[in-house]
Design a protein around this ligand. Structure first.
Ligand code: NAD
Length: 285
């Protein structure tokens, strides 16, 4: 296809702008990361790693008690931390979260759209309320998070803004009883690619991390629901998934945090639009 000169010029200008922003980044400026669903599970692990990397962290979660306990632990460890109780499925909460981060630390460099919920049901039993609930959190939540983060990152003219979305191996594959969950994660992968294209001109990269099987409270609930629908013994569904992992163990939050740390760092400045699998070798077994 012949190339469009106007598009080529616009693309080159955008690329230059991104490079100039990166070059202007002040090494002594403390970078600031927001992590949704940051009070527990993978989100807490990611926040712990980003704080250890030297970023100020703003944790949001819908669960006020868990959020307060996690904040206390971060403060005790001497980390720069702020918290915000909110529901990612509400656009105004995501906007208020970004405002809180800017109020607390003056800027926003990394926004991790981590919060998400599971749903275990055979397709024939899925009703309108089921669809509504999971799509509102896993899809609307990610979109509202990206919109709020990008609006702030565009106001800053230094450094590359990094939006990092929680996808899953369920965004690359589909699994029995997890059909709607898988559908939401496929949408997250698609939104990640589109946002990467729309935000590149503003010096913002958008990537996703795709975990496999991590033994958080989410998996406890998945296992219990699988037992209900498939008549499996407690732990059996988890073990069945775990048996498919080439590296021979399920993952820890630290395994996921290693990838997110990279995606949040300047080392990944030239990567965008990717949904990177971290599953110990499961999907491609
Ligand atoms: P988790 O259930 O253990 O923790 C999720 C956290 O998000 C909790 O603290 C919860 O209170 C919070 N949360 C839930 N709904 C929210 C809402 N509406 N607004 C704000 N916060 C909310 O889950 P996890 O295992 O840590 O999973 C984190 C992310 O990683 C999810 O998006 C999940 O889909 C994805 N993921 C997890 C696994 C896994 O094996 N655990 C695998 C692939 C992908």
């Amino acid at each position: 296809m012949p190339s469009n000169p106007t598009q080529d010029q616009a693309g080159t200008r955008s690329a230059h702008r991104a490079v100039q922003r990166a070059a202007r980044a002040q090494p002594d400026t403390q970078r600031v990361a927001v992590i949704t669903g940051g009070a527990a599970g993978l989100g807490k692990g990611i926040a712990t790693r980003l704080a250890a990397d030297g970023l100020a962290v703003v944790l949001s979660d819908i669960d006020a008690d868990k959020l307060a306990a996690t904040r206390k632990a971060f403060e005790a460890a001497g980390h720069a931390v702020e918290t915000f109780q909110g529901d990612v499925s509400k656009r105004e909460d995501q906007q208020a979260l970004v405002a809180k981060a800017v109020e607390a630390f003056g800027r926003l460099d990394v926004f991790v759209n981590n919060a998400g919920i599971e749903q275990v049901k055979p397709l024939d039993e899925v009703g309108p309320d089921d669809l509504d609930r999971i799509f509102r959190i896993n899809v609307h939540g990610v979109l509202y998070g990206m919109q709020a983060a990008a609006a702030q990152m565009r106001k800053q003219d230094d450094g590359i803004g990094k939006i990092i979305n929680a996808c899953s191996i369920a965004g690359h594959e589909s699994y029995e009883m997890l059909g709607i969950y898988c559908a939401t994660k496929h949408v997250v992968r698609s939104l990640t690619q589109t946002a990467a294209k729309e935000y590149a001109r503003d010096g913002i990269t958008v990537n996703a991390y795709c975990p496999g099987v991590a033994g958080t409270s989410m998996w406890d609930r998945i296992d219990a629901a699988m037992s209900h629908y498939l008549g499996t013994a407690p732990g059996e569904a988890f073990e069945k998934f775990a048996a498919g992992i080439l590296l021979g163990r399920t993952q820890e939050p630290e395994d996921v945090a290693n990838l997110v740390s990279f995606l949040a760092s300047p080392d990944s400045d030239y990567i965008t639009g990717q949904a990177i699998i971290t599953d110990g070798g499961m999907v491609f077994r």
